[in-house]
Write a protein that binds this ligand. Sequence first.
Ligand SMILES: Cc1cc2nc3c(=O)[nH]c(=O)nc-3n(C[C@H](O)[C@H](O)[C@H](O)COP(=O)(O)OP(=O)(O)OC[C@H]3O[C@@H](n4cnc5c(N)ncnc54)[C@H](O)[C@@H]3O)c2cc1C
Length: 454
Amino acid sequence: MPDEGPDRSAAGRPPPHRGTQASFPVLSESLSDKAIRPASWLDRFGTLVTVGEQHHDSTTTGRAMEGFEPTEEVRRLRDRVRRFVDEEVVPVERGLLLATGTLEELMASAKAQGLWALGHPSTMGGGGLSLLAYVYINEVIGRSLPAEVALGTHTLQDALMLERYASEEQRRRWLAPLVEGTVYASIGMTEPEVAGSDPKLMRSTATPDGEGWVIDGHKWFVRWADRAAVITVLAKTDPTARLHRQYSAFLVPTDAPGYTVERLLSVMGDEQGSYGEIRLHRVPVSADQMLGERGDGFAIAQARLQPKRVFDCMRWLGQAERAFELMCARANERYAHGSLLREKGEIQRNVAESAAQIHAARLMVLDTARRIDVGKDARVETSLITFSTARMLHDVLDRAIQIHGAAGVSDDLPLEAMYRAARSARIYDGPDEVHRMLAARELLDDLERHTPWS
Ligand SMILES: Cc1cc2nc3c(=O)[nH]c(=O)nc-3n(C[C@H](O)[C@H](O)[C@H](O)COP(=O)(O)OP(=O)(O)OC[C@H]3O[C@@H](n4cnc5c(N)ncnc54)[C@H](O)[C@@H]3O)c2cc1C
């Protein structure tokens, strides 16, 4: 049975929207330096999320396309999630993450309907979907920017990181409340003074102090800075160690003495996250607040950032699909210069180019998820989908806005907010250029091994 994508039946299609989003530095050497590429991260990622169905024979090469068909169970689940997003989240999506009350009601509703944290491993109380199955679900979650929070999926990357690296005590304190959605968590890597895309330049330090450490640092673009209970802070602990063992990660509660949010940044008017500039001035942390081992900082960051990139790509598909639906509806109804817009070659080109880009990105994301599920190396694929899906999203939104004329840039439609988020998407999971560099290096080193189609 061919994949039908989101429900396209007349009944399942939402009315056109009438009214009214990691994040993260790329480790530049990550594809070439085995020291920060723990052989097990992909396995671990795959193991953690492959709790439900096994879609593919692990004896296959993991490269060749075999067709992507959600099982009936996944299809039904996807339909339920789509109904939740379209009927409960979309009508109240504007400013939702900034308001209090409505979001909490939506979270409770998602839990009551069994739609909460579907991508989290079942060992954490999540849905236990395979990564491939999660593409279909997260795709429809992506249709509305705040739906990832309403459905409890925004914590998955932190949860996977904690599952792998946290001590029993750290898990007890942070993991369960995180999955439950009662606390927010974030990561503090990027620093104003140095290039975030090259984390070995980070200047924040953690200095031994008695039994513990004292952190001094300056970070910015920390998501949820105004509401996170805990930030994973990357700081230099071993300046004389080999480069990729110089940094460690610490779980820093945001009420720690010396921890200050200096300001919240306005990011293209983004309503979906609160990005903060934070200062750490002689913040005392005990030895058991270190996550993992001393020097594990980059490996821990990767364990969070790589999965996050794949999750983001899934949601970007849903954003683009919704924008495409609006684009087509407009082409079918707007009349100018003697015909409907749908009759015009330029408009037809925009529709066809958008469909081709979405379809190609979707197959790449599905294939990357499948590779990770079967424990295959997907670092090149992850870089490829990160920059190309972000670019696709940006292009599709640009066209969808253009076809709506002035209405497209107004907040009567969701497109302008989606467009602003899409512009950031080409930076926050690592700038496009860095992902192209990382993928190209691997491809140039060993074409046979790294081309996705070989
Ligand atoms: C919305 C949003 C949310 C974010 N959330 C977080 C968060 O929660 N926690 C956190 O720590 N950080 C976060 N960030 C920061 C993000 O990870 C960094 O912005 C990103 O890693 C790039 O770092 P930089 O901004 O310092 O840009 P730089 O590293 O200074 O890069 C600037 C530009 O230089 C060019 N460039 C860089 N390297 C190369 C290269 N090798 N080849 C060619 N050109 C290159 C690119 O054009 C790039 O865009 C967020 C950012 C945004 C926009």
